[in-house]
Design a binder for this molecule. Structure first.
Ligand code: URA
Length: 434
């Protein structure tokens, strides 16, 4: 078998065998297949698609590319959560400490930013000292000790996904159902959780632009979950405008901290409560979704969720004084406002465009080895359906170059559409698929 034949086959729209898929995954993981060859195959997959069987084979091969974590020592049902990606998506930073504060153990491996979307690991690393690269024994010990650990994918767990994920990002090969389903489910299978709640985002700031596509992705992941004996619930959520107000690494961490202190933007609140209610249900700690939401709100009020975040940060080497006083986070050098040039009602703000603007400011990667700038980003002052007066502030931009600031201002103003007609607040929870 050789990689050129495999690339040729996919290029010519043929179905790959299980052995060919395993050959590619093994070879790319142990560096006998070069980046450019893997890139060619991924692009052929992107353009020509994969059958359900190929997608399942790819998922299992990636899950088997390293160790599989055994969480059975924890003696509890472990429920994992993952998002298919979005703009301003700080849900994990809020939801997981909150769920852990209810006594439900959380063992979470997250990813880095991909394309125009942010990643939880990048956000966590904007907390000085926070270690995301933790070995597996320590990871389990952390969960045993304080009930939560959030880390990056380590080299030993689904290492194929780590390489393929960042290669896809650098060759514009992300928005493909088979590649996303296999990437997410391989990590979830390898990471040892028994049950999975997936936030399948849908809209301009998500990889799935339509509800139909999001449903298709959800179905594929639910089916893979069944084959792997892991109950999977998919919650389809709206991602047409950024989630919450902040977009950018440390800016989102700050918004997440404020949320856990009780300052909850409505759209973030809806998504956090829905996902959390299903996590609690799958963990066997409450069948009533509305009651589960009430339990979470109680732990916002009594600050147990916030205390759990502090505990997790300290336990992973982070400096919790930044959580207690968010003014300590380093500020971008240039901070400037974008003003409305008309009055009316916000009709839309394309989340993907906003994600791209924030990437250009330096918060995301263009090449996989790029360093990111944690301080830059955008904080919106208005959301879709809000009223705006002429010359009112629409958003604040945080930049580390004057030129980038000016470009971002110009682009952002074009993205925020204002007209006289009133529009409704967007519905956040589109569907729950079990
Ligand atoms: N999240 C992942 O983990 N993988 C993808 O491919 C997309 C989003």
């Amino acid at each position: 078998m050789n990689i050129l034949e495999i690339i040729e086959k996919k290029r010519d729209k043929e179905e790959l065998s299980k052995e060919e898929i395993e050959f590619f995954v093994k070879g790319y993981t142990n560096n006998t297949i070069a980046d450019y060859q893997a890139a060619a195959l991924l692009m052929a997959i992107y353009l020509n698609g994969m059958t359900k069987k190929e997608t399942t084979d790819l998922t299992i091969a990636m899950a088997n590319s390293g160790e599989r974590l055994d969480l059975s020592n924890l003696n509890e049902i472990i429920v994992d959560k993952h998002s298919t990606g979005g703009v301003g998506d700080k849900v994990s930073l809020i939801l997981l400490p909150l769920v852990a504060s209810l006594g439900i153990p959380v063992a979470k491996m997250s990813g880095r930013g991909l394309g125009f979307t942010g990643g939880t690991v990048d956000k966590l690393e904007s907390i000085p000292g926070y270690k995301t690269e933790v070995d597996i024994l320590q990871f389990i010990k952390n969960v045993e000790k304080i009930g939560i650990s959030m880390i990056s994918q380590t080299l030993n767990l689904a290492p194929a996904d780590k390489k393929i994920y960042s290669l896809r990002d650098s060759i514009s090969c992300v928005e493909n159902i088979s590649l996303i389903a296999s990437s997410i489910m391989s990590k979830k299978i390898a990471s040892g959780a028994q049950k999975i709640v997936l936030d399948v985002t849908c809209g301009s700031g998500a990889f799935m632009k339509s509800k139909e596509k999001a449903e298709q992705l959800a179905n594929e992941m639910i089916e893979i979950g069944k084959l792997a004996n892991k109950e999977t619930v998919c919650i389809l959520t709206n991602m047409d405008e950024p989630l919450g107000y902040a977009v950018g690494n440390s800016l989102e961490v700050i918004e997440a901290i404020h949320f856990l202190q009780g300052d909850m933007p409505e759209d973030v609140k809806e998504v956090v409560l829905e996902l959390g209610a299903y996590m609690i249900k799958l963990a066997g700690k409450g069948n009533d979704i509305e009651e589960n939401k009430a339990k979470m709100l109680e732990n916002i009020k009594n600050r147990k969720g916030y205390e759990k975040l502090i505990q997790m940060v300290e336990n992973q080497g982070g400096d919790s004084s930044y959580i207690k006083d968010t003014n300590q986070f380093p500020k971008a050098e240039y901070i400037g406002n974008v003003y409305s040039n008309t009055s009316g009602c916000i009709q839309s703000m394309d989340a993907k465009e906003i994600g791209k603007i924030v990437c250009e400011l330096g918060a995301g990667r263009v090449r996989k080895e790029d360093k990111i700038d944690n301080a830059v980003g955008i904080v919106l002052k208005k959301k879709v359906s809000d009223k705006v007066e002429d010359e009112e502030i629409l958003a604040t931009i945080y930049a580390n170059s004057k030129e980038k600031m000016e470009k971002a201002k110009e682009r952002l103003l074009k993205v925020i559409k204002i007209k006289e007609e009133k529009v409704e607040k967007p519905k956040m929870i589109l569907e729950v698929m079990e």
